[in-house]
Design a protein. Structure first.
Length: 411
């Protein structure tokens, strides 16, 4: 009897381990960006850098993160997910050390770019692992569980980053990323088995790679769900790129206070992922996305109204901004699991390449947002409101046209 119980428990433990690993890998993104957001003003002042240079520490990270996935995806289809993850996490740890010791803004930007390159291996492989192991609908549920874990990780990032920056300085905030990378590497090395059932020996051949990329990019399902995940991430990135300047520079909040506001945002995202799993039990993926898009648009409109009414500059300013942002993140918790799993669902034989292209497109959009903000952010709070309104409108348009017409397919 005890043996039977053990046999039944093994698949559960394996599934739990996979979700934990996915959460850590997907969590690389908020850890690498959110944890150092409270340090941006101090970092900028320490190097005597202007807004454009400071924003480059984010945009360079995201650009290399996006581009690197175009390489990591085919490499993982050829050699497997495990070696890509081990090498990626090793380089991530070294780059984190270089960031914490950077003697100049140029060196920091370069180290952040290398960090983004390594981060691409982890996030790309996580999405590919989901497709390796699960069919589309189940994959959306598992992705939602992993993104719940990501939300829990993100909850700690800004508060911890704020405390480390306040107490010890911004270099300690950046150096803490080495520990995260080391723990993730150890988990992969000791507990993760390869999930790619059949490596493709031709995956890295130019002809094969071009044909695969062309097939993926032309697929209507990939187009619809990648557009959804990209637009939703662009709205989130607009907030991430402007928030420290809005709350710390303009409103004068402490870095710790700012971290707590970010904590509320992460909690809303976690609730959104729980709502996603519940909705998927009763509705099709398209219907879940459409319902969530109404919340996204409501958040964008509310934030814009509160900004133009002056509430976002009043004594209630922090929460006049955070209430609509929390609504946006609630919907984001539905859009990302559905968008990321849906975009790679039709490509089980080349999940790495599909995951890479989805991640690349998301980062290209985020890079564009960051670059524009770096040169046009004369009023951070208005830039934030306009950006969230724009991207929430895009989400609704995508959800009610392209996603509505195209179910997730497996071929």
């Amino acid at each position: 009897m005890a043996g039977e119980e053990t046999q039944q428990q093994r698949p559960r433990r394996a599934a739990t381990l996979i979700v934990l690993l996915l959460a850590l890998l997907l969590g690389l993104q908020p850890v690498t960006t959110d944890l150092y957001l409270p340090a941006l003003p101090a970092l900028s002042a320490g190097f005597g850098a202007d807004m454009v240079q400071t924003q480059l520490t984010l945009t360079a990270l995201l650009l290399s993160f996006g581009v690197s996935q175009l390489v990591w995806g085919p490499v993982s289809d050829r050699w497997g997910r495990r070696p890509v993850l081990l090498w990626g996490m090793f380089v991530y740890g070294l780059a984190s050390l270089a960031c914490s010791l950077a003697p100049s803004m140029f060196t920091l930007i370069l180290a952040r770019a290398i960090q983004g390159l390594a981060m691409g291996a982890g996030v790309m492989a996580a999405r590919a692992i989901v497709r390796d192991l699960y069919e589309p609908t189940e994959g959306a549920k598992v992705m939602s569980q992993a993104l719940t874990g990501l939300g829990m990780i993100a909850c700690t990032c800004a508060p911890v980053g704020g405390l480390l920056t306040d107490w010890l300085g911004w270099r300690w905030a950046l150096s803490s990323l080495m520990l995260y990378g080391a723990v993730t590497w150890a988990l992969i090395y000791y507990f993760f088995d390869e999930t790619l059932a059949q490596p493709n020996p031709k995956a890295l051949q130019t002809k094969t790679l071009l044909a695969a990329s062309q097939k993926i990019l032309k697929h209507h399902t990939f187009q619809a769900y990648s557009a959804l995940s990209s637009a939703s991430f662009a709205g989130l990135f607009t907030f991430l790129a402007t928030s420290s300047f809005v709350f710390i520079q303009e409103m004068g909040l402490s870095k710790t206070h700012y971290g707590l506001l970010m904590l509320s945002m992460s909690l809303s995202y976690i609730v959104g992922t729980f709502i996603c799993r519940r909705l998927l039990r009763h509705f099709r993926v398209q219907q879940c996305v459409m319902m969530a898009s109404i919340v996204s648009v409501s958040a964008g409109v509310l934030l814009t109204v509160l900004t133009y009414s002056g509430a976002a500059q009043s004594g209630y300013a922090p929460w006049a901004i955070m209430v609509p942002i929390n609504l946006f993140l609630l919907a984001h918790g539905v859009h990302q699991p559905c968008g990321q799993s849906g975009s790679i669902a039709p490509f089980p034989e080349m999940a790495g390449t599909a995951s890479a292209l989805n991640g690349f497109l998301m980062m290209v959009v985020a890079f564009g947002v960051g670059s524009w903000l770096g040169t046009h952010m004369t009023s951070p709070v208005f830039s934030l409101a306009h950006g969230v309104l724009l991207w929430s409108a895009c989400i609704a348009l995508i959800a009610w046209t392209r996603v509505r017409q195209i179910p997730i397919s497996t071929h």
